[in-house]
Design a protein. Structure first.
Length: 157
């Protein structure tokens, strides 16, 4: 005699008030969901791209206020700020207002404001800047100089 398949009936749904969910590991007890958090008014939260350690990004980065690199980026960049943290690598072309380098930057870098090279930071390639600060242990090499418009202004004065 052949057995016929009998699907199980679904359990009767339990009415759970909105905003409640079962607690982890405890059956039948519910606790309220946390209130949704509003976006903070933190100015760093707007337009910031963070490339974490172990992440590789390649391409063009256009709509970014601040790029923070802990991983590896090969790109062209137009932004307000570039921050390359210890262990981070940026290769490519960047035009920024400020740059802080504790990792490695290689390529064309134009900084219209302050370029800061932290200890263990390395910058190489074609580097143009308005102001520069190299902390002990920081390294810079390549074609290095002031932004051409600033050199012309100094010659006139």
């Amino acid at each position: 005699m052949a057995k016929t398949f009998q699907p199980r009936r679904p359990a009767v749904p339990v009415d759970v008030p909105p905003g409640l969910r079962p607690a982890s590991g405890v059956l039948g007890i519910a606790k309220p969901d946390p209130a949704p958090q509003q976006p903070s008014a933190d100015p760093q939260g707007d337009g910031t791209l963070m490339v974490g350690a172990g992440i590789f990004v390649k391409g063009e980065i256009e709509s970014c206020q601040t790029l923070t690199v802990e991983g590896r980026v090969e790109a062209s960049l137009e932004a307000s700020a570039l921050k390359v943290r210890k262990g981070g690598v940026f290769k490519g072309k960047a035009s920024v207002e400020t740059a802080t380098v504790a990792g490695e930057v290689e390529g064309d870098l134009t900084v219209r404001g302050l370029l800061t090279i932290e200890p263990q930071g390395r910058v190489s390639g074609t580097i143009r800047y308005a102001e520069i600060s190299i902390r002990p242990g920081g390294q810079i090499r390549g074609d290095v100089g002031l932004i051409p418009a600033l050199v012309a202004d100094e010659d006139v004065a």
